[in-house]
Design a protein around this ligand. Structure first.
Ligand code: NAD
Length: 489
């Protein structure tokens, strides 16, 4: 079914505005390699306008429905946004599919999650009212203290391409719920649905300037946002390298940041498991969304006594998976997002082979697809801990495998990474699962599964996977500041 990309400008102060330098970036459909539209490319001049709009919007709406204590009024807008997203679900899912190559069925689930996220933070915005003036017990009768939770102010939200609208929603919904004004800077590789969020804000009558959307390249649009003196906080999701640059810029102004960065997450499969179920979670954990998930469990640690049988199952699954245009029904793997990402994934596999690893399956273009950035899911064995594939994030469909013989060895291998985002343990022995969970250095541990993610539960990593947590109440706290009020009585 044909779908065309709406031609949009930057969304600033409630209006569509052409970028000051009038530049645009082509959009390439990763399944066909065809240019299917373009997005505006913001620069520092547009950042200036958006920051100004956001600051004025906070001032204009103070004491009305924004930045005042009334979370209930903000909740009304968040629910209206959720309803519009649900109304436009099928169109938004198709736009995401042609923009970033995600199978249509997956994209539709993501859009449901986006709406759910706005609904959830509408509830929390309402709940915020009751939490104001929480008393603090102090040891002197002559003083009474309480706490106010207030919005941080103007926030810059910089997001990646793998879940374009969902990653934006994880930041926009709590920021608005808290009463902040926001400037969203989505990835230049997949911004189409994020721009549609601007149209949705117009439709629901969100006060102008409260959400501004600047598409564009990182160094041109993201960097001036990160270093802007009137942006009070940056919430970032993306690579470790970019996160480090943003932290450096923010440090100059002592600006708070939250960092959701990369990963190289392990899945540990013990010898007492149901092999079919464990294989399903292993496949899902590494190849869902083509492995382009920060928490993808891309390092398989499998007990040596079941390794051969287990790997046979994984290879059979890979041989039978439907790889096709992601708009096609039943597609399980679409293309990776871009030509650059395609080259990167193939390079990881060929480097691993050169370093002595064995490619058990995949890591090449499927024979039946001549165009598009398609890669067969790769299973790589004979991996050593010094190899690039073991140490670095691929962000693509590549599973590297190592065997272990004891629980201690499994834990040591699982923690042998600079990252600490997700980790999974698969075993029928629940006491062992508990021991291993405690020993794993990760912000999220899945037991007998991999990747489920709930808006209500905290999300984020340790070590170089970042700090701070999104989602749940933690997500709202990212955009609130705590004011102590002490009164002499
Ligand atoms: P990226 O770091 O290349 O880009 C992320 C965003 O930062 C984009 O909007 C980009 O334009 C912007 N950017 C780039 N340079 C910038 C600069 N100098 N200043 C300010 N902004 C800049 O990451 P990506 O390739 O879009 O996404 C993939 C990465 O994101 C992976 O490492 C993945 O693990 C990570 N990720 C993490 C999570 C999480 O929850 N921890 C979720 C999704 C993706």
């Amino acid at each position: 079914m044909a779908i065309s990309i709406p031609s949009r400008q930057l969304f600033i102060d409630g209006e569509w505005r052409e970028p000051v330098l009038k530049k645009r970036i082509p959009i390439v459909n990763p399944a066909t390699e065809e240019t299917i539209g373009s997005i505006p490319a913001a620069t520092a001049e547009d950042v200036e306008l958006a920051v100004d709009a956001a600051r004025k919007a906070l001032a204009r709406n103070k004491g009305k429905d924004w930045a005042s204590a009334s979370g209930a009024l903000r909740a009304k807008y968040l629910r209206a946004i959720a309803a519009k997203i649900t109304e436009r679900k099928s169109e938004l899912a198709k736009l995401e599919t042609i923009d970033c190559g995600k199978p249509l069925e997956e994209a539709a689930w993501d859009i449901d999650d986006v709406a759910g996220c706005f609904e959830y933070y509408a509830d929390l915005a309402e709940g915020l009212d009751a939490k104001q003036k929480a008393p603090v017990s102090v040891p002197m009768d002559t003083f009474k203290s309480h706490v106010l939770k207030e919005p941080i102010g103007v926030v810059g939200l910089i997001t990646p391409w793998n879940y374009p609208l969902l990653m934006a929603a994880w930041k926009v919904a709590p920021a608005l719920a808290a009463g902040c004004a926001a400037i969203l800077k989505p990835s230049e590789l997949a911004s189409v649905t994020c721009l549609e969020l601007g149209e949705i804000c117009k439709d629901v009558g969100l006060p102008s300037g409260i959400l501004n959307i600047l598409t564009g390249f990182g160094p041109e649009a993201g960097a001036p946002l990160a270093s802007h003196p009137h942006v009070d906080k940056i919430a970032f999701t993306g690579s470790c390298a970019t996160g480090s640059k943003i932290m450096t810029a923010a440090a100059q102004l002592v600006k708070p940041v939250t960092m959701e960065l990369g990963g190289k997450s392990p899945i540990v499969v013990f010898d007492d498991v149901d092999l079919d179920k464990a294989a399903e979670w292993t496949i899902f954990g590494c190849f869902w969304t083509n492995g382009q998930i920060c928490s993808a469990t891309s390092r398989l640690l499998v007990h040596e006594s079941i390794a051969d049988e287990f790997l046979d199952r994984l290879v059979k699954w890979c041989q039978n998976i439907k790889i096709s245009d992601p708009l096609e029904e039943g597609c399980r793997l679409g293309p990776v997002v871009s030509a650059g990402q395609y080259e990167k994934v193939l390079n990881f596999v060929s480097t691993a082979e050169r370093e002595g690893a064995k490619i058990l399956f995949g890591g090449v273009r499927p024979k039946h697809l001549k165009k598009g950035y398609f890669v067969e899911p790769a299973i790589v064995t004979n991996v050593t801990t010094s190899m690039q594939l073991w140490r670095e994030e691929v962000f693509g469909p590549v599973l590297c495998v190592k065997t272990f013989s004891s629980e201690d060895e499994a834990i040591e291998l699982a923690n042998d990474t600079i990252y600490g985002l997700g980790a999974a343990v698969i075993s029928n022995d629940l006491e062992r699962c508990e021991r291993v969970t405690k020993a794993l250095q990760a912000g999220i541990v899945w037991v007998n599964c991999s990747q489920p993610c709930f808006t209500q539960a905290p999300w984020g990593g340790n070590k170089r996977s970042g700090f701070g947590r999104e989602l749940g109440e933690w997500g709202l706290d990212n955009y609130l500041t705590v004011k102590q009020v002490t009164e002499y009585v």
